[in-house]
Design a protein around this ligand. Structure first.
Ligand SMILES: [Zn+2]
Length: 243
């Protein structure tokens, strides 16, 4: 075979592998050149939430604690998106379901507490997060602010569970660890390879069952994310946050 043709054949067969969507290993973000604190934006967001009749603050609800990673620099965007803010909000329709989930958790697992990573999320924060994964195989883990994900409607929650000893349940991956094993759709394979242990999947199931009973919809790609309604229904019946 001529040399040129051999090269073409090799390229034809192997080039697609270079661009394959491999998400078996966790996403490693590129840290921003200048980590930023979004203070003016966060203040505007809190003012909007306070004035709105559709949104309610969940910060002090009994049965939960906040661990708002986006209000620190310790998140995959590398920015402090809430300027150290320790306040969380939800659309009141999602808040009703969260109250129900707290009740169910209290009955079925006395002493357990929800740990909230994020709730309603303004569009500027969504853009900063999206920017980090844009044009990577992991882009589907973060919605674009346009048309917006369910957090941008105030109808999604990122959360985990703390047991009665105050220990965070082991879910096998951290919050926002973007990889195949992070969601239900990758669990079977991850159990086979040993990436996840049965106990970790069992812990995820506890969270899923409680949230499902309260009317939330689980996301197949992230164990920590729950929507108050299917996204099609939300887009037809609710408005996205204005900024
Ligand atoms: Zn989420």
């Amino acid at each position: 075979m001529p040399k040129k043709l051999t090269l073409l054949v090799i390229l034809f067969f192997f080039l697609p592998f270079c661009f394959a969507q491999n998400i078996n290993t966790p996403f490693v973000p590129t840290p921003p050149k200048e980590p930023k604190r979004f203070c003016k934006e966060a203040e505007k967001f809190y003012t909007l939430m306070e004035k709105s009749k559709s949104y309610v603050e969940i910060t002090s609800l009994e049965g939960l604690v906040l661990d708002l990673r986006y209000g620190t620099f310790e998140n995959f965007s590398g920015h402090d998106l809430y300027c150290g803010g320790k306040r969380a909000f939800l659309h009141r329709d999602a808040e009703k379901k969260l109250r129900k989930a707290i009740q169910i958790l209290k009955q079925e697992f006395p002493g357990f507490t929800f740990v909230i990573f994020d709730a309603a999320r303004p569009l500027y924060a969504q853009e900063a997060l999206r920017k980090t994964v844009r044009n990577t195989p992991y882009s589907h883990f973060v919605s674009s602010p346009n048309p917006g994900g369910m957090h941008n409607f105030g109808l999604a929650l990122d959360l985990t569970l703390k047991n009665s000893d105050g220990v965070i349940l082991d879910m096998g991956t951290d919050f926002d660890s973007f990889e195949a094993a992070a969601g239900k759709q990758g669990e079977k394979e991850a159990l086979k390879t040993g990436r996840l242990l049965p106990e970790q999947v069992k812990n995820r199931e506890i969270l899923r069952q409680i949230m499902k009973k309260a009317g939330f919809v689980a996301l197949p790609s992230e164990w920590w994310h729950f929507n108050a309604y299917p996204s099609k229904y939300v887009r037809e019946n609710y408005s996205r946050l204005p900024f």
